[in-house]
Design a protein around this ligand. Structure first.
Ligand code: MLC
Ligand code: AMP
Length: 478
């Protein structure tokens, strides 16, 4: 028999599994509510989940996982173009959403099953599917074109969560606290499936606020997951309020990921809370690759060692692996192991391009310290921007900007931002009438997603181009 993805989901277990404000479900209640929903999902090809930061999203995901049906989490703020693409590309049989959720056109047109917390049934009795079966299709941006659907098998989810548990001594006694969105792997797989697989708890904050996180950690919370933007805001709030810093400091483990945590923020948090943040490094396609162990050296700017079971190598520009661990020789990270995805949905070309002799090319550039610790120093593609921990492709924003009648030409770059890591900058050659920066931000937010909107717009008479007509992004400088 295939081992269960969520073995802790047992009727009669009255420990809290999920808390979202006043919405609470024990493991027993979750088994029963999700069991009832799962009965209506068996045999479906794929289901979309309207991934608001609510308990209903978790119930929907657990129901689909227990019924063996792959989940497509959908950003509830996704704009029209992005939604059209995700719905057309993933072709879900139906959508799961809270009863009162208002679904936009593309999703609203699908058959819908409401996630009712009051409806209970018996836990799903069926056999679990093969570990190679897809569990999730998560959309992530590339340098050009619309986002790609990353197909993650149950094997990757289970093995990666178990490797993290081993590294962080993460058990059913832990209460994880976070405020991450539930349509990416950080918030959803690590942040929801993670505690449920351990038989532990998640307390989701809805939206990030330092004082709420501190109160949770001073109380039942034991671990905090966040992106560097959240830790940057925490650092300032801890400096301003020692009581808040003490609350954060009472956590068993503070974990940062999805983007590089600046060494200054690492030190500010260490100074104010007495806790050193543990960093881990991952990707949608690979889940987590590296991390600092609970007992390891919490070195600022380092993502630690490869996870148990994950193989990692650095390759030079010619794609040749090298062994140097001198903290200096930079190479691209390639990874292999049970954590890898199955491929991009409907994109065998992109899947082939991402693999190199069975190793996944991450596009991340790194050095290795003599003791094997990995330090990420950059990214191969300048057209990928990490803002607030979200990966955003310059190409999709450029295309969206060009759909605005006031834009004749557009180029998008990322520039350093203290709060967001990088901020999106739009370089625009206006057409007849010049649109305002707010107009362009709204346009991109409505078409794609609010987090993809340009934070700065700079107007030019012409974009710098080479003889071939290609935009010279390096010549675009604030
Ligand atoms: C602003 N808003 C607009 C708008 N301008 N909405 C529509 N149109 C406009 N023009 C809204 C936003 O939707 C948002 O709403 C609010 O105003 C504030 O927007 P913001 O300024 O963009 O949000 P901010 O406060 O800056 O968010 C910071 C943040 C967020 C850290 C909370 O960036 C975040 O949650 N990041 C997490 C990203 C993440 O999970 N990445 C993991 C990827 S997986 P509202 O209501 O939403 O506040 C991965 C792998 C790995 O990377 O290793 O983990
Ligand atoms: P995504 O495609 O949204 O899953 O983003 C994955 C990317 O986030 C990786 O390829 C890295 O560039 C970046 N990333 C994730 N964690 C870290 C980290 N701890 N330090 C630096 N970059 C990170």
């Amino acid at each position: 028999m295939t081992p269960r993805l969520l073995p802790g989901l047992v009727t009669g277990n009255d420990r809290v599994a999920l808390r979202f404000g006043t919405d609470v479900l024990t493991h027993g209640e979750l088994a029963s509510v999700a069991g009832s929903l799962a009965a209506g999902l068996a045999g479906r090809t794929r289901v979309a989940v309207w991934a608001t930061p609510t308990i209903q999203t978790c119930v929907a995901v657990v129901a689909a996982l227990t019924a063996g049906v792959p989940v497509v989490p959908v950003n509830p703020k996704a704009g029209s173009r992005e939604l059209e693409h995700i719905v057309a590309d993933s072709a879900p049989d139906l959508v799961l959403a809270a009863p009162d959720a208002v679904l936009p056109g593309e999703l609203g047109a699908l058959p819908r099953i409401a996630v009712e917390l009051g409806v209970t049934g018996t836990p799903w009795p069926g056999e679990e599917p093969d570990p190679e079966t897809p569990a999730f299709v998560v959309y992530t941006s590339g340098t050009t074109g619309p986002p790609k659907g990353v197909v993650l098998p149950r094997r990757a989810v289970a093995s990666n969560l178990d490797a993290l548990a081993e590294m962080w001594e993460w058990t059913g006694a832990d209460v994880l606290v976070h405020a991450l969105p539930l349509f990416h792997v950080h918030g959803l797989i690590l942040g929801v499936v993670g505690p449920l697989r351990r038989g532990g708890s998640l307390h989701h904050l809805g939206r990030f606020a330092s004082e709420v996180a501190a109160a949770e950690l001073a109380g039942p919370g034991t671990m905090l997951f966040g992106v560097p933007t959240m830790y940057h805001r925490l650092a300032a709030d801890c400096e301003a309020d020692p009581a808040l810093a003490a609350g954060i400091g009472s956590a068993r483990l503070l974990v940062s990921g999805s983007a590089a945590l600046p060494a200054t923020d690492h030190e500010r948090i260490a100074t104010t809370t007495g806790q050193r943040v543990v960093e881990r490094y991952g990707m949608t396609e690979t889940l987590m690759n590296c991390g600092v162990r609970v007992s390891g050296d919490r070195r600022p700017g380092s993502v630690g060692l490869p996870l148990p079971g994950v193989e990692l190598r650095l390759v030079d520009d010619a794609g040749v692996p090298f062994e140097a661990a001198d903290s200096e020789t930079v190479g691209e990270i390639e990874v292999r192991g049970p954590n890898l995805f199955l491929g991009y949905l409907n994109r065998p070309d992109a899947t082939d391009a991402a693999l190199h002799d069975g190793w996944f090319r991450t596009g991340d550039m790194a050095v290795r310290d003599p003791d094997g610790y990995v330090r990420i120093v950059g990214r191969r593609a300048t057209d990928l921007i990490k803002s607030g921990g979200y990966k955003i492709g310059a190409g999709e924003i450029e295309n969206a900007l060009l759909e605005h009648p006031g834009v004749a030409e557009a180029a998008v770059t990322g520039e350093p931002d203290e709060d967001l890591g990088e901020r999106i900058v739009a370089w625009v050659v206006p057409a007849e009438t010049t649109p305002t920066a707010d107009e362009l931000a709204d346009h991109v937010a409505k078409l794609l997603s609010p987090h993809k909107r340009p934070r700065v717009v700079r107007y030019l008479d012409a974009l710098p181009r080479n003889e071939m007509g290609k935009v010279l992004k390096r010549a675009l400088d604030g």
